[in-house]
Design a binder for this molecule. Structure first.
Ligand code: PLP
Length: 391
């Protein structure tokens, strides 16, 4: 099908909820994408931040193919070999990265569902109603996740949202100190706010927040849906600050391109009672096989280390660009934000014309989330293209 045909069909039927650029991407391999007309792009968006191991990684593809021929989806109410092995592998990651000796893991089908499970678990285990979230934070679009998301643009049309939620300025421990009380079930934060503009929080902030939550009996939920799976140069971004939260959420890259959300917590926080929470497809054998392959590729190809090394180099290259249109370059690993002195949308369009696919973060931040397998030569082309469009 050509672009006109695809565009006509999708425009006829789409819900209107998602804005699209005038390109139909139909194929991906590694860090490259191709559109319906055969044009090639460097994927500096990691699709939508989910392609940390790259598109169609052969190990992930082989795992999906083999599992598809065996058992795609079972029933929640039965045990399954792939889910068991995946839980063991995932727990190994949490042990290495967070020092959790024992944990409970709840698989679901998306980032927003991982947040729903975290919020429900926090209320369930503490018996308290309140949740404190951060301004500029983004946690998803279902009613619970939207309630902890800060941006009015996403919230306003759907109010009233769930009660008991407050938002305080990010990276401001005094504001958290005032907001967390005996009614607080949990605090939810990102280590680097992604959608909110690529803003990293400080180590001192997270350490103090850890103490506040422990002292007041509130769970600390860290949303690593965007920062996790090596993106920031560590398997989990918490590792930058030796932070061990009570609950962690993963999504995006953890399923290798298949829909998956993960909510995990230290065993000490307890477990749901049977029937308290679940989903038909959460933790199905196909996605668990894909996710096990992702965990294997992350270790085999040392992708977190690669993100650390390439990210540090890329930030320096971008900072050296001779342009007045850039206010600041910031980020962690291969999660990079370029704050512009103007709007980002026209810049994104110009980049597409130069074969580079990137993301916005708010109105004036250009966000780069390339696959961690990307070659340095591709990133050199990206820097060149950004330099040209910011001239
Ligand atoms: N949390 C964070 C930090 C995110 O970046 C996102 C998506 O961008 C979500 C939650 C929601 O994930 P999903 O779009 O898979 O529902």
């Amino acid at each position: 099908m050509n672009y006109q045909e695809i565009h006509k069909l999708e425009s006829t039927y789409n819900s209107g909820g998602v804005g699209r650029r005038p390109v139909a991407i139909v194929r991906g391999k590694g860090s490259r994408l191709w559109d319906s007309e055969g044009n090639e792009y460097i994927d500096c968006a990691g699709a939508q931040g989910w392609a940390n191991v790259g598109h169609s990684h052969p190990v992930v593809t082989a795992a999906i193919q083999a599992q598809a021929e065996t058992f795609v989806a079972g029933q929640e109410s039965s045990y399954n070999d792939q889910r068991a092995l995946w839980m063991r592998d995932m727990a190994g990651v949490f042990k290495n990265s967070l020092g959790w000796s024992e944990c409970c893991i709840h698989p679901s089908n998306s980032g927003t569902e991982a947040i729903e499970a975290a919020l429900k678990f926090a209320r369930f285990s503490t018996g308290r109603p309140g949740i404190v979230a951060a301004m500029r934070g983004f946690h998803g679009r279902t009613m619970g996740a939207l309630s902890v998301t800060a941006n009015k643009k996403y919230r306003a049309p759907f109010e009233p949202l769930i009660p008991g939620i407050s938002h305080v300025p990010y990276n401001n421990i005094e504001a958290m100190d005032k907001a967390i009380d005996d009614n607080t079930a949990a605090v939810i934060v990102e280590i680097v706010q992604g959608e909110g503009g690529v803003h990293p929080g400080s180590g001192a902030y997270f350490q103090s927040l850890r103490e506040l939550c422990s002292n007041r009996g509130a769970l600390l939920i860290v949303d690593e849906i965007q920062t996790g799976v090596g993106r920031t140069g560590r398997w989990l971004a918490c590792e930058h600050h030796q932070l061990s939260p009570d609950v962690i959420t993963l999504g995006k890259s953890i399923g290798g391109g298949l829909p998956m959300g993960v909510t995990a917590w230290r065993s000490e926080a307890g477990r749901f009672k049977p029937g308290a929470h679940g989903s038909t497809f959460g933790g199905n054998p196909l996605v668990c096989a894909a996710s096990r392959a992702v965990i294997e590729v992350m270790a085999e190809e040392k992708l977190a280390e690669r993100a650390d090394m390439l990210g540090a180099w890329l930030v320096e290259e971008l900072q050296a660009l001779p342009t007045k249109k850039m206010r600041e370059v910031r980020g962690l690993g291969l999660m990079i934000g370029i704050e512009l002195r103007g709007k980002v949308t026209p810049i994104l369009q110009k980049l597409i014309k130069r074969g580079v696919w990137a993301l916005p973060a708010g109105l004036n931040v250009l966000r780069l989330l390339p696959p961690l397998v990307i070659e340095r030569s591709d990133l050199e082309r990206v820097v060149e293209a950004i330099g040209e469009v910011l001239e």
